[in-house]
Design a binder for this molecule. Structure first.
Ligand SMILES: Cc1ncc(COP(=O)(O)O)c(C=O)c1O
Length: 399
C-alpha cells in the first residue's frame, strides 16, 4: 500500500501581499452576496463527538458542503461571486448592489448584454458556472478532462451549458478553454485558478469560497469553540486551500491553528513545490490518475501559493485509499454522530486524521502535527456523492 507522505513547510516567507484579499471584510461581502440567493442556507457543521472519543482528540467538526445550493459541492460559491463581480465591474456598479434579484432581472440583462462564460472543470466548478450562467440568462461553455464521469457531464449539460470531454488532462483543458474565450466575441474565462496575468477572476472565486470558511467560523463560535486547534483542507490547484487558510490566518492572526494542506498523491503539486523549499512552484504532469477528480490538478494557483507558503504548516500527499477510508468513516458514523455523505475529493482529510491517530506507522506525523486529546479539528467535506455510482462502489463495495 502506498504511504501517506508529509512534510513541514520550510519555504521562505514572502511579503504576504495577497493575504488581505481574504480579510474578514472582503469575505463578509461574499457571504452577503450568497445570502441574497433564494437557494441559500448555511451548510451544516457536523460535530462528530463519538468519533473524537474514538480517535483520542477533543472534538472533530466537518463542514458539509453537500448541502450547498442543491448542487452537492461548494464550488458554486466561487463561480457565482466571480461572475457577479465581473458584471458589476463592466457596469461600474458596486457588487454589493448586485444581489440575486438584480442579477437575474431583465433590466440587468438588457444593460449587460450577452456574454459566454468559458471554463475547464472536473465537474463541480463547471456545474457551478453553468448553473450561475443559466440563472443570469447567459451562455456557458465547459471543457472536461479525459476520464470525466458521465454523470458529472450530464449535470453540467442540464444547466444548458455547451460541454465536452476532451482527450487531455485538467491543466490542458484550462489552456484550451482560455484560448476559446479569447477568440470568442464577449467570451469571459471564469477559471478557478490563477496564473501570471490572470488574477482578478480567480481572486473573486477564492473570496467566494470564503463564505464557507466564514460560516464555519460562526458555527464554531455558536457551539462555544473560540478557535479550532487544527484545520485540514484538501487541494487541487490550491484555490480552496488558499481561501480557507487565508481566511483563518486573518481571523486568528496572533494565534493561528495548525493548518495542513492535503493533496492526492497523483497530483501533489503543492507538496512537490514545498519539498524543494526554494519557494517556487513545481508542476506535476501526465494523466494525474486518482479517484479524487477534484484534486487532479498539477499546476498550482499562483496567488494561493503565496498565501500557502506563508501560512501552511504541513503539506500531505495522500494515496487514494486515504480518501476511500475517509468516505467510509463519514458515511457510516459511530452511533450518535451525524452522517456526512462525502465524495472522493471531500473526504481525504478524514482519512488522514484517522490514519494519523490510529496507525502507529504515522506516529511521527501525529507528533509533528501535535494532534492529541486537546485537539479540536476542523475539516471541509467539499462534495457529496457527485459520482453516485463510484460512491456506492467505494462505500458499499458494490460493483
Ligand atoms: C469537491 C472539491 N473539493 C476540493 C477541490 C479543490 O479545489 P482547488 O482546485 O481550488 O484546490 C475541488 C476542485 O475542483 C473540488 O471539486
Amino acid at each position: 500500500m502506498e504511504e501517506i507522505k508529509w512534510l513541514k513547510n520550510e519555504m521562505p516567507k514572502t511579503d504576504d501581499q495577497f493575504l488581505p484579499l481574504m480579510s474578514e471584510e472582503n469575505i463578509g461581502k461574499a457571504l452577503a452576496f450568497h445570502q441574497s440567493f433564494p437557494q441559500y442556507t448555511t451548510t451544516p457543521l457536523a460535530e462528530l463527538s463519538q468519533l473524537s472519543n474514538y480517535l483520542g482528540i477533543k472534538d472533530f467538526f466537518v463542514k458539509d458542503e453537500s448541502y450547498r445550493f442543491g448542487l452537492n459541492a461548494f464550488k458554486v460559491l466561487g463561480g457565482s461571486f466571480a461572475m457577479a463581480n465581473y458584471i458589476a465591474e463592466k457596469l461600474a456598479v458596486d457588487v454589493a448592489k448586485l444581489g440575486y434579484e438584480e442579477l437575474t432581472s431583465p433590466a440587468l440583462k438588457e444593460k449587460f448584454g450577452q456574454a459566454t462564460f468559458y471554463t475547464a472543470t472536473d465537474g463541480n466548478h463547471g456545474r457551478g458556472v453553468a448553473w450561475a450562467a443559466n440563472k443570469l440568462g447567459q451562455k456557458s461553455v465547459v471543457l472536461m478532462p479525459k476520464g470525466s464521469a458521465e454523470i458529472r457531464f450530464e449535470n453540467i449539460q442540464k444547466e444548458g451549458a455547451e460541454v465536452t470531454i476532451e482527450e487531455v488532462n485538467y491543466d490542458e483543458c484550462v489552456r484550451m478553454a482560455n484560448h476559446l474565450a479569447e477568440e470568442a466575441e464577449n467570451g469571459v474565462m471564469v477559471q478557478d485558478t490563477a496564473w501570471e496575468g490572470y488574477e482578478k477572476i480567480p481572486t473573486w472565486i477564492m473570496q467566494g469560497y470564503g463564505t464557507m470558511s466564514l460560516e464555519a467560523a460562526q458555527q464554531l463560535q455558536a457551539t462555544g469553540v473560540q478557535r479550532p486547534t487544527h484545520i485540514f483542507v484538501q487541494a487541487g490547484v490550491g484555490s480552496l486551500a488558499g481561501a480557507v487558510i487565508g481566511y483563518f490566518a486573518n481571523l486568528y492572526q496572533d494565534n493561528p491553528p495548525i493548518m495542513t494542506v492535503v493533496e492526492a498523491q497523483a497530483a501533489d503539486c503543492l507538496y512537490q513545490s514545498a519539498k524543494v523549499k526554494d519557494g517556487s512552484i513545481r508542476f506535476v504532469e501526465g494523466d494525474l490518475q486518482t479517484i479524487m477528480a477534484g484534486l487532479a490538478c498539477g499546476e498550482p494557483n499562483t496567488i494561493s501559493f503565496d498565501i500557502l507558503k506563508n501560512h501552511t504548516d504541513f503539506f500531505i500527499s495522500a494515496p487514494d485509499w486515504v480518501s476511500e477510508k475517509g468516505m467510509r468513516i463519514l458515511g457510516a458514523p459511530l452511533k450518535g454522530d451525524p452522517q456526512v455523505i462525502s465524495g472522493e475529493s471531500g473526504a481525504v482529510a478524514m482519512g488522514v486524521v484517522a490514519s494519523v491517530m490510529k496507525d502507529p506507522a504515522y506516529q511521527e506525523l501525529k507528533q509533528a502535527l501535535k494532534l492529541d486529546q486537546n485537539s479540536v479539528v476542523l475539516m471541509f467535506s467539499t462534495e457529496g456523492d457527485t459520482d453516485p455510482e463510484n460512491y456506492k462502489k467505494i462505500v458499499w463495495g458494490q460493483e
